[in-house]
Design a protein around this ligand. Sequence first.
Ligand code: NAD
Length: 304
Amino acid sequence: MARALDGAAIAAAIKAEVAEEVKRLAARGVRPGLAAVLVGHIPASEMYVRSKVQTCGELGLYSDLIAPPETVTTEEMMDLVASLNDRDEIDGILVQLPLPKQVDTKALLDRVSPAKDVDGFHPVNAGKLQAGRPALAPCTPEGIIEILDRSGIAIEGQRAVVVGRSDIVGKPVAMLLLNRHATVTICHSKTRDLGAVTREADILVAAIGRAGLITPEMVKPGATIVDVGINRITEQADFDRFFAGNAKRTESFAKRGSTIVGDVHPRAYELAGAYTPVPGGVGPLTIAMLMSNTVRAAKMRRGL
Ligand code: NAD
């Protein structure tokens, strides 16, 4: 039977390790700090930032939540980031995306000091990752590697297929897998005969943002499936397509009127050797790795 990989348990273990490291640093007079910048009132963004700040508190990190008004300009955001770059108690800067459309997101992310770029979005860090140098890498891809490592799933020599080529997930996870000596193929919206490629995968990473796009016939039996997708479905027909006969989901769908499905059809999980469920697989790792990156940035900046 396919093994479900418990992302919540792995995230909890990483957070416990981070809390220990924070205690060790406190004994040396260092308290890692994270600045979270949240613009506007997008409910998902507010929820993510709230839980990031709360997790800082739980693990003993300093945090500062800065919430500029929705009308903020690129220039004002640039000044804010510049001031955070200069503040010594801030080791990590997190700019919650998406930003309002009047703000030049790329220019802003380029303004974050690479040493404080705990999301790993700065081109300097992307370049270092590509060059195989120590770097702050994006949190979700790092979390995927942690799940594989801590679940005893070998990477070296494996055929890995990543579906999705975003700068946030697809590209960096492909690079991390390559740096760990997997044979990596990246697929995207223009890939021809996607199933023929995904069926080759020993490790299949789906980071697409399309509910259940990866169907059972696209998976090699026994493969490890990493399902990064978070897709909310509200239509009964979609629900039936993915979860017909699933009593627990039926109950929660009836209650809330929506549920979350990954980029992999749940029936495809049954063929896998191991898989990350949605929710509860990759999702919990992202915040854990943000905390870990902030501590790492604090140490790197002080030469520890
Ligand atoms: P994105 O929209 O930036 O990128 C999607 C990628 O999928 C693109 O590279 C595109 O080429 C590819 N794609 C689109 N349609 C395709 C198709 N039909 N066939 C093959 N490839 C196709 O998305 P993203 O930011 O990388 O996020 C992907 C998914 O992961 C989303 O569901 C997002 O919500 C989720 N996500 C989860 C976490 C987490 O768990 N913490 C973090 C980030 C993103």
